[in-house]
Design a protein around this ligand. Structure first.
Ligand code: GLY
Length: 377
């Protein structure tokens, strides 16, 4: 169970969080100076540029996403503000073609961190069109038999991660008034809730279906310990993803689901709020944590808090998020290691493939900074 803070919020930690935000900017500047044009996923021994495989290319939005966050909080007229804007645009534009990419289920990751943040500044209709097109493309993954958006691994497969991406379909539906898009997003979210979120608020990574009949067959996993375990990052994606589904749909079932995931996370995490890579990991590698799951949860809890009508419960989410952020700043920030190129240590990409284990991971950096943004401003 996370040890909640006794004080009233983030004010006592503002310096710690502000320093971490400064450090994050320093590391990203170094990354783009040292490896211009690189869109990394994870470090190897703390170094971003290496020959390790990607498995899938779902992370290219997070580096420009960090730049959009830094730009937002810089003085727009200053050299720093212009530096972040120029680079954010430079790293965002090459992603546009991915709006039509039929190969992967990660279009929300790619476009919410980039074109959405860009559009929020300029309100340029052409940027909005990119987002809408990405939503339409993702919607074509919908399987009528089974009622879900299929994952990149196959037609019979549903991933919990897709809850972080379905928001782009809700967005496209809202912007265009297209009822088919909204229907797809609703049905996918309801199926995910039914088959991947368990009664105690824990989650499975993957659902396997019979593609002929649409029957749900079993829970499975790629990155978690096993099919019936709770992969901590999957839980984090669910917490944040159902929060977004509720924001778009106002369907209270999604709020309840996000809260159930949050309550599981809070009650099953260690006191510092940084969970093992899988909540059911076996004893021999249970000490391996995933700082990225913690960062995603902190960002998700800070959104969920605003949507939670019960103020006591909302305060619990706020307090848990601040505790997680404090632990990340105190235990995982790479500031004391000048050779380490990432911001947060202790992230995990894929234990079974041995990719990015106990390393910096680009989505961890992004959601850490998003959570800092939410407590600092
Ligand atoms: N593919 C999303 C993740 O690794 O969490």
């Amino acid at each position: 169970m996370i040890h909640l803070l006794s004080d009233n919020g983030a004010s006592g930690h503002a310096d710690l969080f502000a320093q971490a935000f400064q450090f994050a900017q320093k590391q990203v500047r170094k990354l783009i100076d040292k490896h211009p044009g690189l869109y990394p996923l994870y470090t190897q021994n703390g170094v971003w540029d290496h020959a390790g495989p990607a498995w899938t290319h779902w992370c290219d939005g997070f580096l420009p996403g960090l730049m959009w966050i830094f730009h937002k909080h810089a003085d727009k007229e200053s050299a720093e503000g212009r530096f972040w804007l120029d680079n954010a645009v430079k790293y965002t534009k090459p992603l546009e073609a991915r709006k039509s990419d039929p190969e992967l289920h990660d279009l929300g990751f790619l476009f919410f961190s980039t074109y959405y943040r860009w559009y929020r500044i300029t309100h340029d209709a052409a940027l909005r069109e990119v987002l809408i097109e990405a939503g339409r493309t993702l919607s074509h993954r919908f399987q009528e038999q089974g009622q879900y958006l299929r994952s990149f691994v196959g037609e019979n497969s549903l991933f919990i991660d897709i809850m972080m991406n379905v928001g782009i379909i809700f967005y496209a539906a809202r912007e265009t008034g297209d009822r088919r898009l909204r229907d797809v997003a609703m049905r996918h979210s309801l199926t995910t809730r039914r088959v991947l979120v368990r009664g105690d608020g824990s989650t499975a990574h993957e659902g396997i279906f019979d593609t002929e009949t649409g029957e749900f067959l079993r829970q499975a996993t790629y990155q978690g310990y096993r099919g019936d375990s709770c992969w901590s990052r999957g839980l984090a994606w669910a917490l944040y993803g159902f929060t977004s589904a509720y924001e778009y749909s106002h369907d209270s079932r999604f709020l309840e689901t996000a809260q159930a995931c949050a309550d599981f996370y809070i009650s099953h995490s260690p006191a510092d709020g940084i969970p093992p890579w899988d909540f059911n990991a076996p004893p021999e590698n249970r000490t391996l944590c995933d700082s990225s799951a913690a960062a995603i949860c902190a960002a998700g809890l800070l959104r969920l808090r605003h949507l939670t009508p019960d103020s006591m419960r909302g305060h619990l989410y706020w307090s848990a998020a601040v505790k997680i952020l404090r632990s990340l700043c105190e235990k995982q920030l790479a500031a004391a290691d000048p050779k380490w190129e990432g911001i947060l240590k202790g992230g995990v990409y894929h234990v079974h493939k041995g990719l990015g284990v106990d390393e910096s991971v680009m989505w961890g950096e992004y959601f850490f900074c998003e959570a800092l943004e939410r407590v600092l401003w």
